[in-house]
Design a protein around this ligand. Structure first.
Ligand SMILES: [Zn+2]
Length: 128
């Protein structure tokens, strides 16, 4: 299921976080669906055993989470095509930036197009 991102391994810091979140949501959705089945099968005790309503609700919630995380994956994929590729000034690796400010995906260096952060590495500014 990761196949649509092969060949585009350059994710920015924000995109990496979104991708990790989407992956987490997939697991949560699968666990919820499994719990629905486990409850129906009686693994969670007699309370949910044979309860089709419980299983249906859990299945629907799990399915919605899984589908929404797939949508998130597609959204991240579209965002990554709009991200700007830059060379990180700290680690000299090509990284991608989303928006005017983002973190380097290799070293976590904060990168920005905003001029007010331009002299970030020169800490010898007397005021402000
Ligand atoms: Zn870097």
């Amino acid at each position: 299921m990761m196949s649509f991102f092969q060949g585009s391994n350059l994710f920015s810091g924000k995109l990496n976080k979104l991708r990790t979140m989407a992956l987490g949501v997939v697991f949560v959705g699968i666990i919820i669906m499994y719990l629905g089945y486990a409850g129906y099968a009686g693994f969670l005790g007699g309370l949910f055993q044979g309860s089709g309503i419980f299983m249906s609700i859990m299945m629907v919630i799990g399915l919605l989470l899984t589908v929404s995380s797939f949508l998130l994956y597609f959204w991240v994929g579209m965002l990554s095509t709009r991200a700007v590729q830059v060379e990180c000034p700290t680690c000299r690796k090509p990284t991608k930036m989303l928006g005017t400010t983002d973190d380097c995906m290799f070293c976590g260096q904060r990168l920005s197009f905003d001029p007010k952060y331009a002299s970030h590495s020169q800490d010898s500014q007397p005021q402000s």
